[in-house]
Ligand binder design. Sequence first.
Ligand code: ADP
Ligand code: MG
Ligand code: MG
Length: 254
Amino acid sequence: MLKIENLHCKVETADGEEKPILKGLSLEVPAGEVHAIMGPNGSGKSTLSYVLTGREGYECTAGSIEFQGEEISEQAPEERAAKGLYLSFQYPVEIPGVPTITFLKEALNAQRKARGETEVSAPEFMKLIREKAKQLGVSMDMLKRAVNVGFSGGEKKRMEILQALVLEPKFLILDETDSGLDIDALKTVSDGVNALRAPDRGMLVITHYQRLLDHITPDRVHVMANGRIVKSGGPELANELEAEGYDKYLGEAA
Ligand code: ADP
Ligand code: MG
Ligand code: MG
């Protein structure tokens, strides 16, 4: 479903310099599978998620990104999103004045429009949102509040997952904060990921900590260091990393 080959990408830094971050990254995620990427801070995990969704400021100089058999590395972010590539943000944005429910409806309609589909009707949307909110234990009061404004870490995560449940992406990239996910948020994220598992959907879960993977059980675990995948294995690799750390892979990557 997602096939990345020998990807080299750089970022334009604030002082106008170009800094290579991805240095020959290869990765394949088949439909129906959940893969985890782990790795030390600064190894390029978030950069990979931005590059996949086509964020501005990143340039790939070699390699390829195939999504559902199509080369997407030159496509605009909206085009990729319309095809069902979804990134949940590591640092969720607050949107004062915009009720969460309105935001979700707009997001769904933007996706429909990009796909040449008609807008969702108000009753149709209410039915959908009630069902999905119930599934995650999100109250209607919560949905009336402005997007992420004053939300706790756990509430932000729950909203992120709710958005994914509403948009039903083909491929989901979750980039977790390196810290600050409390037990409640961890459980929400993992319940959401498990609910979104489907034979025609792929998922990439980026995480610094093994504890998230206690609840998710990925099909494959990849270690990223210095802009490349340096080791891949089954779910047991996460436990090994927890016990032994990344040191031995850092040496190899350098
Ligand atoms: P991770 O998510 O694995 O912690 P990142 O992808 O955030 O790593 O960052 C990889 C490296 O690239 C880090 O050294 C980071 O400081 C650097 N980097 C990322 N974005 C920029 C940027 N816009 N300007 C300068 N350096 C950057
Ligand atoms: Mg980081
Ligand atoms: Mg990161």
